[in-house]
Design a protein around this ligand. Structure first.
Ligand code: HEC
Length: 151
């Protein structure tokens, strides 16, 4: 399982380095599936860190660092998949994301930066710092969802 994740992340990072453009999706449905899948995986690992931060799960520093690395790597990936024309009406994304691409990209960049800080804090293993950067990251997710997500 660990090995699989390792490979998945190497793959994800390589995609990130090559850089997707919104023209890389043959059909709008492909872009929607891609971004929803990435968001879901981010949400899963972020939620596992959240359980530790809220005291619902014991603090295992290695575990938290692993989840934070995944969140930081994946948060570099999905944004161009949001900016594919014709994908708002069939998803939970509001049309505004397409109308205000620069604002959307800025909100995405904020999450990327916050997630990178969370990953650094997690590597350091200090729960207080992890909690603080978890809060900062969660705030950046919410800031985008409040404006660009419909449900
Ligand atoms: C720049 C905007 C933006 C940021 C930042 C963002 N999201 Fe999202 N997220 C969206 C939009 C828009 C959707 C709806 C996508 C769709 O339906 O195609 C979404 C959907 C989701 C979903 C539902 C996926 C599904 O379809 O099952 C989850 C879970 C999620 N986001 C978690 C997060 C988490 C956790 C963060 C922060 C670490 C985050 N998001 C940051 C815009 C954003």
């Amino acid at each position: 399982m660990r090995k699989f994740f390792g490979l998945a992340i190497v793959g994800a990072i390589m995609v990130g380095m090559v850089g997707l453009t919104n023209a890389d999706f043959a059909r709008p449905a492909d872009a929607i599936a891609y971004r929803q899948a990435v968001m879901r995986v981010i949400g899963h690992h972020f939620g596992l860190i959240g359980a530790v931060v809220k005291g619902e799960k014991p603090f295992d520093p290695k575990d938290v660092a692993h989840h934070a690395d995944i969140v930081a790597a994946l948060s570099q990936l999905p944004w161009e998949a949001f900016l594919v024309p014709g994908t708002a009406e069939k998803s939970q994304m509001k049309e505004d994301a397409l109308r205000k691409k620069e604002d959307f990209r800025a909100a995405a960049g904020e999450t990327e930066q916050q997630a990178a800080k969370l990953a650094r804090a997690a590597a350091g293993g200090n729960l207080g710092e992890i909690r603080s950067h978890f809060g900062g990251t969660a705030g950046s997710c919410k800031a985008c969802h409040d404006v660009y997500r419909s449900r």
